[in-house]
Write a protein that binds this ligand. Structure first.
Ligand code: ATP
Ligand code: MN
Length: 474
């Protein structure tokens, strides 16, 4: 039950104040909330009404009803009274109504709270007040993000959520989120003749969450929902909807008024499992910078009669080409028919690369590969040309284009997973069907795949220069 870990960059001095050289990693999500009101009965302080910033909204996340000793209230009240205001700061779905005894506040005070988890509609459960965080501006409560856990083994505090399945009525608690209909079958089986249930999906996300989250954090992320399982209706959802859990972030991007979904914390994965999200499809932008390409994804799509070993060969060829251009790449199965080759980009503050440049570069690389081996590869989307060949799809590399996230399950028979691989594993006998919701947590624990992903980031402008030199030489 530790509160968290404070760490400092090894070579940085000890300084006071909030700087980038130290971080606080908390054991639980949402420790901090912004106070938007309080409730009194007969003039006596009762509870705080709290929220978090989500996009342009100040969203209500519930009532903090305990934790108020006499001394605490005495210290707290004058600070509340100093920021009282006539109108409610809360907006969006579920904002509380003005009732007797409610006083509204400007959303400027940050409270540290302790709570048992989240309800399925994103309210805090059993929240207790701990203290005011006077060192932290309220505007920062929205940017609080789980620190990317490097490949460290994280010992979870003994919370009832992960140690033993805790059932509450007909619901089950995963990462603090209540999952309804946990026994509902989403896949008939994972090649093992046992149904894969909604609880299995949520627990899969819990198991691989710390690894997966690094690859979707800060990026708008579409989800494919199949609330009645893969045989039922499927929805490709980009935007937030009324009732979207508060554990998900909302991001507004240029050119679209409606906010996009974004998943920045592992608990958000349980929240999307709760609404039947079987697949995660993030943008390929730099985290928190939707206008900047953050990785290139080369999608190798084999025609129907291409043996998988040929796709493997294509991925290795693509790696060598990227390598020659100074780019490091990583391979994953898609959970479907093909393979993805992913090249992380180093994004410079100056010298920004545009989406048009990223897409143009990916096009040129694929075109060159297709021209040199037209019997094997093509870059036109034309389906009937594809027979016997591999379509090199460079179109994942555009603004708003998505690709399935590494470790995302697929809404396809057998509950397959898009599995990150080491290049050694990308060999002729690779069998992508091995990687399922059931097998991947165990395999991932032993794998070193993508461990050096961040070290692999390379600037695209240099690769662009190299490519144009090769072009001119040819
Ligand atoms: P495979 O190896 O089988 O080709 P894949 O992930 O590369 O797997 P698809 O599932 O065909 O390929 O998806 C292609 C892309 O289209 C994905 O990156 C996904 O983000 C996007 N996509 C999938 N479904 C939809 C949809 N209904 N609407 C918009 N985009 C979608
Ligand atoms: Mn594909």
């Amino acid at each position: 039950s530790l509160e968290g870990i404070v760490s400092k960059r090894g070579d940085a001095p000890y300084v006071s104040g909030r700087t980038r050289t130290w971080t606080k990693a908390k054991c639980r999500a949402g420790h901090e909330v912004v106070i938007g009101g309080y409730v009194t009965t007969e003039g006596r302080f009762r509870s705080l009404l709290v929220g978090v910033h989500r996009g342009d909204n100040f969203a209500y996340v519930g009532r903090v009803g305990t934790g108020y000793g006499m001394a605490k209230v005495k210290g707290l009240l004058p600070k509340l009274q100093a920021v009282e205001t006539a109108t409610s700061p809360f907006n969006g779905v579920g904002a509380p109504k003005k009732t007797a005894g409610v006083l509204w506040l400007k959303p400027v005070l940050v409270a540290e709270i302790e709570f048992a988890g989240w309800t399925s509609d994103g309210l805090v459960r059993q929240a207790a007040f701990k203290a005011l965080r006077e060192d932290k501006p309220a505007a920062e409560v929205e940017v609080e993000k789980p620190a990317p856990p490097a490949n460290a083994e994280v010992v979870r505090p003994a919370a009832p959520t992960s140690s033993k399945p805790s059932r509450r009525g007909d619901k089950v608690d995963v990462m603090g989120v209540l999952i309804s209909n946990p026994d509902k079958s989403l896949w008939p089986d994972a090649n093992d003749s046992h149904p894969v249930t909604k609880e299995d999906l949520a627990r899969y996300y819990e198991a691989v969450g710390p690894w997966l989250i690094k690859h979707i954090v800060g990026r708008p992320c579409s989800i494919i929902r199949a609330p009645d399982g893969i045989a039922g209706e499927q929805f490709f959802q980009r935007h937030a909807m009324p009732g979207t859990s508060n554990l998900l972030e909302l991001v507004t991007v240029f050119g679209d008024k409606k906010p996009y979904l974004q998943i920045d914390r592992v608990e958000g994965l349980a929240a999307v499992a709760q609404v039947g999200a079987l697949e995660l499809h993030p943008w390929n932008c730099e985290p928190y910078r939707p206008e900047s390409p953050g990785r290139l994804v080369f999608d190798l799509d084999p025609g129907p009669d291409v043996p998988f070993s040929t796709v493997v060969e294509a991925a290795r060829k693509m790696r060598d080409r990227l390598n020659e251009l100074g780019l490091t790449s990583f391979c994953k199965t898609t959970g479907g028919k093909g393979l993805h080759v992913v090249a992380p980009l180093a994004v410079a503050r100056r010298n920004k690369i545009s989406w048009a440049e990223a897409k143009g570069f990916a096009h040129d690389v694929c075109q060159k590969m297709a021209r040199e081996n037209p019997d094997l590869y093509l870059i036109k989307m034309n389906k009937n040309l594809r027979n016997g060949r591999i379509f090199l799809d460079y179109l994942r590399n555009d603004r708003m284009a998505t690709a399935v996230a590494p470790l995302s399950p697929r809404a396809r028979p057998g509950a397959p997973v898009s599995m990150p691989l080491t290049w050694t594993e990308v060999k002729a006998d690779l069998d992508p069907k091995r990687f399922t919701i059931r097998t991947v947590p165990g395999l991932l624990a032993k794998s070193t795949a993508w461990q050096d992903y961040c070290d692999g980031q390379r600037p695209l402008d240099q690769a662009m220069k190299r490519l144009s030199k090769v072009k001119h030489a040819a």
